[in-house]
Design a protein around this ligand. Sequence first.
Ligand SMILES: *Cc1c(COP(=O)(O)O)cnc(C)c1O
Length: 370
Amino acid sequence: MKKRIPFVDLERQHAPIREELRKAALRVLEGGRYIGGPEVAGFEKEMAQWLGVDEVCGVSCATMGLFSILKSMGIGPGDEVITTAHTAIATAEAVSLTGARVIFADLAEESCNLDPADVERRITDRTRAVIAVHLYGIPVDMDALLGVTAEHGLRLVEDCAQAQGARYRGRRLGTFGDAAIFSFFPSKNLGGFGDGGAVTARDPALLKKIRMFSNHGREQKFIHEFEGINSRLDAIQAALLRVCLPHLDTWNGRRREVAGRYDRALGEIGEITIPLVPADAEPVYHVYGILVPDRDDMASYLKERGVATGLHYPYSLNVQPAYAAAGYHRGTHPRAEYFCDHELSLPMYPDMTEDESEYVCACIREYFGK
Ligand SMILES: *Cc1c(COP(=O)(O)O)cnc(C)c1O
């Protein structure tokens, strides 16, 4: 029988905490403190505890948070920052906004993440930092990448926008580099109810600078130590995120169960490449992306059977018009291009039932005539 399987289902995820969310929102409306204040401070403390770091700073979104990190590291015109060709454009925009040049590395074979060896090949005497994007919530091969950044004396920033809660060698992502960014865009694993993000940094002095930068370069009212921007987390988002955060590890665990069911069923189909996860990693599957020979054909086949799918992303950044002037084009990053030409994201949400994932797998088996 035909089922309707959405791509994500935030309604279902929020239903059990709806009353708590309503109370948290009202608390802010009635408390009269809309920027900063106890909800933001409370959320920052709770997230720091959850992450296992001393301090976290709420920001208006991950894009501005990443920009604030790079600016606070002193990165600017004349510098180069290496990141992956396969990511949300936000990662690269944050680099370009500083005036530095963004350099794209290609992917590791069959992986959705950058290849540390290709990062190393692209290092020049202008390179200042590397941004590791843990795309889909799957950790980058951090042992190899940390080896490269340490050897060349580069800063390492982790883009954990899709990886909140994931672990590598038992440690949460976001605690490996010099600094890390998280996004609370509504569909992310810890999603807010609008834009939002958080930053952490290993060096407390750097985090202090980031906090000041994202608040007009000030610590005290009226005294601007330097020019910054306005990139703060709203009190109402903080209050709502405080309701969601305690559920995140459970939600991520359920995503892993869904991914496990997909892995077992789809791993048997020769035409499909299931997500490659490095050794000793605990991913959080923001996206469950498979590689198939003709993903557009398969997407429409699934759509006809009520199964929604997504693309993350159909084009790697090196083929985007935005980077043509920088000399990037089709052909410069073959692995990223191959990945983006063949990737199809399957429905993934914490409350997906076994019946639902089995239906998706049955449709896929049928598509391949198995
Ligand atoms: C969503 C996302 C961002 C940007 O996050 P915003 O909070 O929307 O600014 C950056 N990097 C990656 C990998 C993302 O998925």
